[in-house]
Design a protein. Structure first.
Ligand SMILES: *Cc1c(COP(=O)(O)O)cnc(C)c1O
Length: 223
């Protein structure tokens, strides 16, 4: 069995290698270690190995594990990478340090209201459904420009970039390229894209945040 900390070091090395390969500045890609479904005891070794940026896809689950881990370790940065219900906006803003899944006006407004109330103006990404998949969250590519403007200028959210999850059965490169293009024309310079199976590819298309779970923590029970 390979330990999570060894896998972490391998993923870090692969990211640095991809940065070099694609002429990206060293250290320009941030690793978000996706710890969903894993318990605090399984996450702790990765914290002890120095990783501080983590991703979770469920508000409730994150609320159960991260307050305790934040007491044990300084400087943890927790990113919400999963879909958000507007009735969870309060807990999400209190629990997370960044939100990757803004994809409709109702969520944008709920987040903004909570951020003001809690004085926590969190950086946000807009999730784009690049594959236009019916079952998938995210705003359609054709609607992104208008939605970015609405979130930034109307609602007043701090939108720093775009996020996508390519269709499972397609080559990810064209989706990463599309996300990069949409971000560029909207003046957004952060790209949250790339998972265990494709993060080196994402680095080649300008990813600034890769979200890597199973390559670090091992396979998940379906959740
Ligand atoms: C689970 C998840 C990941 C990590 O997936 P792996 O294939 O385990 O690396 C990344 N992004 C999102 C949105 C996820 O839900």
């Amino acid at each position: 069995m390979t330990s999570a900390e060894n896998c972490l070091y391998e993923v870090q090395a692969e990211i640095r290698a991809a940065e070099a390969e694609f002429a990206r500045p060293n250290g320009s890609v941030r690793l978000i270690a996706v710890s969903k479904t894993f318990a605090a005891d399984q996450i702790r070794p990765v914290l002890e190995a120095g990783q501080r940026v983590f991703g979770e896809n469920r508000v409730q689950e994150a609320m159960g594990k991260w307050p305790g881990l934040r007491n044990e370790f300084d400087d943890i940065e927790l990113h919400l990478i999963g879909p958000l219900q507007s009735n969870k906006a309060k807990e999400a803003v209190a629990t997370f340090d960044a939100i990757h899944s803004v994809d409709r006006p109702k969520i944008a407004r709920a987040l903004k209201a909570e951020m003001e109330k809690q004085s926590r103006p969190l950086p946000c990404f807009i999730q784009v459904n690049t594959g236009e998949e019916q079952q998938k969250a995210g705003i359609l590519p054709a609607d992104v420009d208008g939605f970015v403007a609405e979130c930034r200028d109307g609602v007043g959210l701090n939108i720093i970039g775009l996020m996508c999850i390519p269709p499972i059965d397609e080559a990810p490169g064209e989706h990463f390229a599309l996300l990069q293009k949409i971000a560029e024309r909207n003046g957004l310079d952060q790209l949250s894209m790339g998972m265990s199976s494709d993060y080196p590819v994402a680095v080649g298309f300008g990813a600034t945040h890769v979200r890597v779970g199973s390559a670090i923590f091992g396979v998940r029970d379906k959740a």
